[in-house]
Design a protein around this ligand. Structure first.
Ligand SMILES: [Zn+2]
Length: 215
């Protein structure tokens, strides 16, 4: 026997009508189109030295030895702590953003694609190569996709929504005049339009482009 019940659930209405574009990166974890910059979580640098030490220690211990098991447990605990700290950071950031904006626009970055693009793509040759090629690459990748998932369910629960746009030339396009050129990107940090001269932080320029793809 089965009993079916049905009830109407009113969809929540988001208290803030705002819309924001977000650029995700390495030097800055996130840059919002309103100019807000969110520094990367500090969970990684703090634990990096210990992580490397334990990994080295593990490789030196004899397989099957009690000492190896001890180090393995320490390493597992450190990994758990790092994951907890990262999730805590991602929760705080995603909650703040979802509370203050009804619509959040992000680039649709699938994790696989991001890892593969560490060496550069046609659009962004070598963007973040140095930073992404290190030990922290997988942690960053996991962080970004976990962050997007959090944004999505939190927006959903509060009557807002997340719009994923295809990543297209957001880092090479001038947010003021629309001119597209790889030469607009003189350094990793600075955007300078070769057509109109508009200059600002490259991540902020990208976030503004991400926003205009929807609004
Ligand atoms: Zn321009």
């Amino acid at each position: 026997m089965s009993i079916q019940t049905e009830r109407e659930i009113e969809s929540p209405v988001h208290p803030n009508p705002g819309i924001v574009g977000i650029d995700l990166g390495v030097a800055r974890f996130a840059t919002l189109s309103d100019g807000t910059a969110i520094a990367p979580g500090r969970f990684f640098p703090r634990h990096e030295a210990r992580l490397k030490r334990l990994q080295r220690a593990l490789s030196r211990k004899k397989k099957g030895s009690r000492n190896r098991e001890k180090v393995r447990k320490k390493l597992a605990r450190l990994h758990r702590n790092m994951a907890d700290a990262r999730n805590d950071f991602l929760h705080k950031v995603s909650t703040t953003i979802c509370k203050s904006h009804a619509v959040v626009v992000v680039e649709d970055l699938n994790v696989k694609g991001m890892s593969a693009s560490a060496a550069g793509t046609v659009e962004t040759p070598g963007r973040n190569v140095r930073q992404k090629s290190g030990l922290n690459r997988s942690l960053l990748d996991q962080g970004w996709s976990a962050f997007l998932r959090m944004l999505e369910y939190k927006a959903d629960g509060s009557g807002g929504r997340v719009v994923r746009i295809p990543p297209q030339y957001t880092s090479q396009t001038c947010a003021v005049c629309g001119h597209v050129s790889p030469e607009n990107r003189t350094t990793q940090a600075l955007f300078r339009c070769v057509s109109c001269g508009h200059a600002e932080n490259a991540d902020l320029n990208a976030a503004r482009n991400i926003l205009t793809q929807v609004s």
